[in-house]
Design a protein around this ligand. Structure first.
Ligand code: KIV
Ligand code: ZN
Length: 517
């Protein structure tokens, strides 16, 4: 058996099903590009039959993908899903169709309302239909960990005989415990006809906090594909986190003895990009990528670190891409230095993008003495990877007040559909005043569902990152804005959310068919 573990990233499919993690077309393309740089073997780009938006982003990702990466689309064991999936992925150099069906008694009886025999029949028909399009077919037993072990061997054997080349065994509801999960996986591998012809995979949810542990336990018994997401985002409590599985294999190679193709120094830039896109900060104590993951606070630990780093550090920050490179970007940096810096952060910018980012870096350097990698990553996300907006903020001015009878006031100058508009108004606080003026100028009145502010880096001149979520007429959208002045960041975030809301309305409501975990 080969020692190579294949990483199948489903951030764009299962991850996007995480509450509040919806991404727009452009953002999905950008993330897919980064997943390629990270070295993922397979990207699950979406569920094409679930909506027109999903179809077009999967198709666009398939078109942009190079030959070193496989692009998968998800489909139920239904002919129309499979046909739609193939239409979306076929432009990829290496397309894959991923079909799934529930195999647990609970799901078969209540969700599918089918007998086990009917489920096997559907699985076989689906896999055969896929093989009419491609030989790269993945078959998943949804709710595997609560399924009967002999039924599993039967259906998996039938899927292999029908032409499946990857068999995925998901812990759909995050119910399994590592030893029993590994034992069930082992049983299926050993007792299924044709096992030697396929690659086994696992896809573990984190409802009991065992997603990574279950994935690693399965790798120990012969599984060679790990289905994971960046930062572990996904349905409910999420999926096994890619960066944690990778670093466990890398740091404990002595234990696992397995190889992989992930460039670990791209882990942090990838998770950071995701966090920027979905507007959810990485938790401080998150393994591998959290701000505290390499911070040593206690005196005893600091003393140990000074004497020998290995006393309290099992991996270097550099190995996961958290290097502070020697290239310091500031007021005097030239275009070339800025270019190189972005390359080192994993962004390859074309001439036009470099010109606009260089300008933005210079503007930031005028206001901020120390520019951190995180500031630069926030800038690139804001300046480069966005679709043309209907609303453009030009200037804001805010006056706070703690005097009764003199409410905070905000004035705004902006373009709405190319027409310059300006106005001023009051609010309960300065941010409220800003949002009131902006929504009046745009003729909208969305509900503000969430407002969060986060300092991207330390210090009083840190770049403030504001995330807002708004809702109007059944559509909701997230917006982000960054600026050293938190009121400007707030206004930018609000305008971004309004633009995203407009795009969402244009795309039309997402037609969800039954999405798996
Ligand atoms: O959790 C699950 O079972 C899934 C499958 C579609 C792989 O997401
Ligand atoms: Zn899932």
């Amino acid at each position: 058996m080969s020692d190579r573990v294949y990483f199948f990233d489903t951030t764009l499919r299962d991850g996007e099903q995480s509450p509040g993690a919806t991404m727009n077309f452009q953002e999905k393309l950008r993330l897919a590009h980064q997943l390629g740089i990270l070295g993922c073997d397979i990207i699950e780009a979406g569920f094409p039959a679930s909506s027109a938006g999903d179809f077009s982003s999967v198709e666009a990702i398939a078109k942009q993908a190079g030959s070193s990466i496989q692009i998968a689309g998800l489909a139920r064991c239904v002919a129309s899903d499979i046909d739609r999936c193939w239409d979306a992925v076929k432009a990829a150099k290496n397309p894959r169709i991923h079909v799934f069906i529930s195999t647990s008694p609970l799901h078969m009886e209540y969700k599918l309302k089918k007998s086990p025999d009917q489920v096997v029949e559907m699985a076989v028909a689906a896999v055969k239909r896929c093989t009419g399009y491609t030989s790269n077919v993945e078959f998943s037993c949804e709710d595997f960990s609560r399924s009967d072990k002999d039924f599993l061997c039967r259906i998996v054997g039938a899927a292999i005989a029908a032409g499946a080349t990857t068999i995925n065994l998901p812990d759909t509801v995050g119910y399994a415990q590592p030893e029993e999960f590994a034992a069930l996986v082992d049983y299926v591998i050993k007792n299924t006809k044709g096992s030697e012809k396929v690659i086994y995979s696992v896809h573990c949810h984190d409802d009991l906090g065992q997603g990574v542990a279950n994935t690693l336990a399965a790798l120990r018994v012969g599984v060679r594909q790990a289905e994971v997401t960046l930062s572990g985002i996904g349905e409910r409590a999420g999926n096994a986190a890619l960066e944690e599985v990778v670093m466990a294999l890398q740091v404990r190679k002595d234990f696992y003895g397995l190889e992989h193709g992930i460039k670990s120094e791209q882990l942090y830039p990838s998770c950071r990009l995701l966090s920027m896109i979905i507007g959810q900060p990485i938790p401080l104590n998150k393994a591998i990528t959290g701000a505290n993951a390499f911070a040593h606070e206690s005196g005893i630990h600091q003393d140990g670190m000074l004497k020998n780093r290995e006393t309290y550090e099992i991996m270097t920050p550099q190995s996961v891409g958290r290097k502070s490179t020697h290239l310091i970007i500031g007021k005097h940096s030239g275009r070339n230095a800025v270019h190189q810096k972005f390359e080192s952060l994993g962004y390859s910018l074309n001439e036009e993008q470099l010109n606009s980012i260089f300008e933005a870096v210079k503007n930031l350097a005028d206001r901020k003495k120390t520019i951190h990698d995180e500031d630069l990553m926030a800038l690139v996300q804001q300046e480069i990877y966005r679709i043309p907006d209907r609303i453009r903020l030009r200037h804001v001015s805010v006056q706070s007040s703690d005097a009764g009878g003199v409410p905070p006031v905000a004035a705004v100058l902006m373009d709405v559909d190319g027409i310059e508009k300006s106005g001023a108004g009051f609010g309960a606080g300065p941010v409220d005043a800003l949002f009131n003026v902006i929504s009046d100028l745009c003729g909208r009145s969305p509900d503000l569902e969430q407002y969060a502010i986060n300092a991207i880096t330390g210090g009083t001149d840190a770049l403030g990152e504001v995330t807002v979520r708004i809702r109007e007429k059944g559509f909701s959208a997230i917006g982000r804005g960054t600026h050293p002045d938190i009121f400007v960041a707030s206004a930018r975030a609000y305008v971004d959310a309004l633009n995203n809301l407009a795009k969402r309305e244009e795309e039309g409501e997402r037609i969800h068919c039954q999405l798996p975990a």
